[in-house]
Design a protein around this ligand. Structure first.
Ligand code: 13P
Ligand code: SF4
Length: 311
C-alpha cells in the first residue's frame, strides 16, 4: 500500500471537508480509506445526513446520480465516469415510456439500479433491502410495472404474493449464479449457511428448495444485511452468493469464519474501476462530478424519497 497516496487522500479530505462513501463491492483498498461503507440504501441515506460539501462516491454511476438528486447542493464526485451497471443499462427511457403507454394507470416501481431518467418516469424506487416493503406500500388494486431485474422481480413476487409485470433485465454478475453451485457447495460444507442476493439467477430455485425442505439456513439479503448476518451467526462456514467484494468486510468482522463465494470470478468490472489513484485525482481536481439536470432531478426525487423513507 502506497502510504503517500493514503496521506494525500487524508489531507485533502480534511482541507476540502470531503467524505468518502464506498459500496460493499469496492476493492479492499478503497473500502479501507472510506468514511462509510454500505449498501445502496445505506449510502443514499448517509449522503443526505452528511454536512460535508464534497462527497467522493466510490460506487457506480446510478448511485452517484441518486446522491446528486437527494443532495442538490453537494458536489458528488464519481472517480471514474465509466463505472456503469449492466442492470441499469437493461432498460432505457423510451422502452419505459412505451411500456407505460401500453399499461395506462399502472404504477411504475423501479430498482435503484436505474438511470435518473428512468427514475423520473417512476412512481416508487426501491433497493434490495426494502423491495418487499415498497411493493406492500402500493395500493392493492393497482397494476405494477416492476423493473428492471427479472430475478429480483420473481423473488419479490413470491414474497409479497402480488402479481407483478416484470421487465426481463438482469445483472451480468448475478445472472451467472446457479442453484447447482449452491447445492454442490452445501454438499462440501453441510453445516454452512447461505447468503443470497435477490438479484441472483439462483433465487427462485433456492427459495423453492428452502421452503420444500424447511431449510432455515438460506437467507435472501442486501449486501449490508449479508454482512450483518455473517457477523451475528454462529455458523463457521458461510456460502456467499453475490459479488465477491462483500467478503472483505465480512472477513474483517469475523476473521475466524470461512467465507465461500459461490463463484470466485463473480466480480463487477464497473465497481472495480474505482482505484485509490482515481479517488486522489477526484479529490484534487474536484471532478468528475455527477450532476443530474434539474428537470429530471425534480421528477425523480418523489420516487427516491419514497425509497429512502420506507423500510
Ligand atoms: P445492494 O443495494 O444490496 O448493495 O446491491 C447493489 C447492487 O448493485 C447489487 O448488485
Ligand atoms: Fe450493476 Fe451488477 Fe455491478 Fe451491481 S453487480 S453494480 S447490478 S453490474
Amino acid at each position: 500500500m502506497d502510504l503517500n497516496i493514503l496521506n494525500e487522500i487524508s489531507n485533502l479530505k480534511k482541507i476540502k471537508n470531503a467524505v468518502i462513501l464506498a459500496h460493499n463491492y469496492q476493492i479492499p483498498e478503497v473500502q479501507d480509506i472510506a468514511d462509510f461503507i454500505g449498501d445502496s440504501l445505506g449510502l443514499a441515506r448517509k449522503a443526505v445526513e452528511l454536512e460535508s460539501e464534497i462527497i467522493v462516491f466510490c460506487g457506480v454511476h446510478f448511485m452517484a446520480e441518486t446522491a446528486s438528486i437527494l443532495c442538490p447542493n453537494k458536489k458528488i464526485l464519481l472517480p471514474d465516469l465509466d463505472a456503469g451497471c449492466s442492470l441499469a443499462d437493461s432498460i432505457n427511457v423510451e422502452q419505459l415510456k412505451e411500456w407505460k403507454k401500453k399499461n395506462p394507470g399502472a404504477v411504475v416501481v423501479s430498482y435503484v439500479n436505474t438511470t435518473a431518467e428512468i427514475k423520473a418516469e417512476s412512481d416508487y424506487c426501491f433497493t434490495s433491502s426494502n423491495a418487499v416493503k415498497i411493493i406492500e406500500a402500493v395500493p392493492e388494486n393497482k397494476k405494477i410495472l416492476f423493473l428492471p431485474d427479472m430475478f429480483l422481480g420473481a423473488y419479490v413476487q413470491k414474497k409479497t404474493k402480488r402479481k407483478l409485470d416484470i421487465w426481463p433485465g438482469e445483472c451480468h454478475v448475478h445472472a451467472a449464479m446457479t442453484y447447482e453451485e449452491i447445492k454442490n457447495l452445501r454438499d462440501d460444507f453441510p453445516d454452512s449457511e447461505v447468503l443470497i442476493h435477490p438479484e441472483c439467477a439462483c433465487g427462485s430455485e433456492a427459495m423453492y428448495y428452502s421452503e420444500k425442505n424447511n431449510d432455515k439456513e438460506m437467507h435472501f439479503l442486501s449486501t449490508e444485511a449479508m454482512i450483518n448476518k455473517s457477523k451475528e451467526t454462529d455458523s463457521k462456514n458461510l456460502i456467499v452468493a453475490t459479488e465477491t467484494g462483500v467478503i472483505h468486510k465480512m472477513k474483517k468482522l469475523s476473521p475466524d469464519k470461512n467465507f465461500i463465494p459461490i463463484n470466485r470470478s463473480a466480480t463487477c468490472k464497473y465497481m472495480k474501476m474505482i482505484t485509490l489513484d482515481k479517488v486522489l485525482s477526484a479529490l484534487k481536481n474536484e471532478r468528475p462530478e455527477v450532476k443530474v439536470a434539474k428537470d429530471i432531478s425534480v421528477k425523480a426525487k418523489t420516487a427516491i424519497d419514497r425509497m429512502v423513507s420506507i423500510g
